[in-house]
Design a protein. Structure first.
Length: 379
């Protein structure tokens, strides 16, 4: 317990967190979300227990935050047996899941974070039985939860409509922007590490179909020759399964020698890589949030993003918005950002006006407030 602002005694919660998103050599938006929540909880003096399995690699040293590996090779056993037992043994007062699922018989309130519903009805995949089953399962988890966090109003609308959840149960809290995302000098060592020798257009993320990278490659190939000759396209990410298809397309388009696949970028190098980009591009057909665009803007890179999903909410007027299905629009926006210094400066100034929306006090601290309310039965 600790004193409150008016002298009352506040009980410091013990928070359990599903930390299976933390794995070596893997970087995800969900992992970034959890990192900022744990940092905020540590600053607030909370006690947190991060639970993982044998594949989890939790490497953060934060005061008040501990890590436990739970048994269970089968995911459902880990979720529904090992985890509830650990929550009871550790006296956890509220549990945070960064996914749509959580323990159904938890000894404490459960708060889910539903970033998106891509696991149901993913575009281009016909899986009617799977989608129907997953919809029923997701509804069960959502109805059992004490509260649900959504990253964006776009995601909240999908959750309410698809899962039949009351709007009041879903709280929109954007993902917090890490303090490390700020303009950093791009050193020769970083450029050498990723094989980047010239000005570059940057994409960071996975290579799944909804990221729309085939149209990005076509748009890059359609750039005027003088612009393309001065800028390589860097597709950064550890998605080895999706890479061969993109490499083959780049070869067919005649730009294979101008497209780089540096693999996964190490976290300490990412701000400098963003800051050094001539332009950052996120042409997704769907996004539950779009954290890389936010990180790139914070590091001073001009951003070209699609007008789909939550990206208009996140980017606002601080980037150039394009039709995700128009290669001509993507190419045109890239050309503008690459050739108009005044526009780049204007976009940076607009970002400064939006930056406070994603501060930890406005985002991760709101997750803590929601967890406290849930733990105290006020949800």
């Amino acid at each position: 317990m600790r004193p409150g602002s008016a002298g009352e005694i506040l009980t410091v919660p013990t928070v359990g967190v599903d930390g299976r998103e933390f794995k070596r050599h893997t970087r995800t938006g969900i992992g970034r979300y959890l990192t900022e929540v744990l940092r905020a909880a540590s600053r607030a003096g909370w006690t947190c227990v991060v639970y993982g399995d044998t594949a989890t690699a939790f490497e953060w040293a934060l005061p008040g935050v501990s890590f436990r590996v739970l048994p269970g090779a089968w995911t459902q056993w880990w979720d529904q047996v090992s985890l509830p037992r650990a929550l009871a043994a550790d006296g956890v007062s509220v549990f945070l899941s960064p996914y749509y699922k959580g323990p159904l018989l938890a000894p404490c309130p459960v708060v889910l974070t539903i970033h998106d519903l891509f696991f149901i009805g993913y575009a281009g995949r016909r899986r009617p039985l799977y989608d129907a089953t997953m919809t029923r399962v997701a509804r069960l988890y959502a109805r059992r939860a004490s509260a649900i966090v959504a990253d964006s109003e776009h995601s909240k609308r999908a959750i309410v409509a698809r899962l039949g959840i009351a709007p009041a149960k879903v709280t929109v809290i954007p993902v917090a922007l890490g303090a490390e995302f700020r303009p950093e000098p791009l050193t020769d060592a970083v450029k050498l590490r990723y094989g980047i020798a010239s000005p570059y257009i940057l994409y960071v993320g996975n290579f799944m179909p909804h990221k729309n990278l085939s149209r990005l490659l076509s748009a890059y190939a359609a750039l005027p020759g003088t612009i393309r000759a001065g800028h390589v396209l860097v597709l950064a990410g550890g998605d080895r399964a999706g890479r061969p298809t993109l490499e083959a397309l780049a070869a067919r388009l005649g730009v294979a020698d101008r497209v780089l696949f540096p693999g996964l970028v190490h976290d300490p190098d990412l701000p400098a890589l963003y800051a050094g980009a001539a332009v950052f591009v996120l042409p997704s057909l769907e996004e539950g949030f779009g954290l890389p665009a936010l990180e790139a803007m914070a590091c001073g890179a001009p951003v070209v993003a699609s007008n789909r999903g939550a990206l208009p909410e996140v980017v606002g007027d601080a980037g150039l918005m394009v039709d995700a299905e128009s290669e001509a629009e993507i190419a045109g926006a890239l050309a503008r950002a690459l050739t108009d210094p005044r526009l780049r400066d204007e976009l940076r100034q607009r970002w400064l006006a939006r930056a406070p929306l994603y501060s930890s006090a406005r985002t991760a601290d709101r997750v803590l407030a929601l967890l406290r309310d849930a733990g105290e039965g006020r949800r």
